[in-house]
Design a protein around this ligand. Sequence first.
Ligand code: HEM
Length: 144
Amino acid sequence: MADAKKIYRLAEVKQLAEDRSKCIMVINNRVYDVTKFIDEHPGGEEVLKEQHGADASNAFEDVGHSTDAREQMKGYEIGEIHPDDIKTKVKPRPLIVNPSNSSENAAGSWVRFVIPLVIVIVAIIYFRLFSKPTVDTNNPPKAI
Ligand code: HEM
């Protein structure tokens, strides 16, 4: 019978796993003692033994275990990983882009804004300085 569920530090899990006669693993931040399940595991005992003392989350998910398997595994859970030892599995998208990129991006957007502005200003100055006054066709200049 498994011990009452508790919160484990990773160091404690490693310590537990020093007992090679057991089969301890972490799956999705929960600690499992599957020692008694090894012989029954439909996927074979080797795959479980290979995960002894390891984080088997990816291996477990890669197989695409059924909901039955997920229900069954609850019977082997002995605890959870301490929140401070939980590594975020899926890397969240950074809210702030990498500083080196962000300055590059900032410069990029700044340039993108300034270049058209400069072109417009130059065009206005050019037309003001060099454009000929328009000829009024209804009232053309008189010949001298
Ligand atoms: C507490 C942990 C686990 C439980 C309760 C469990 C249970 C099961 C069950 C019930 C099946 C039959 C298929 C299904 O219903 O999905 C199965 C298949 C399998 N499991 Fe696990 N499993 C556990 C951990 C693992 C781990 C950590 C691995 C990989 C390292 C693994 C690898 C496999 C493989 C390869 C199969 C065979 C899949 C197939 O034939 O299509 N299992 N497992």
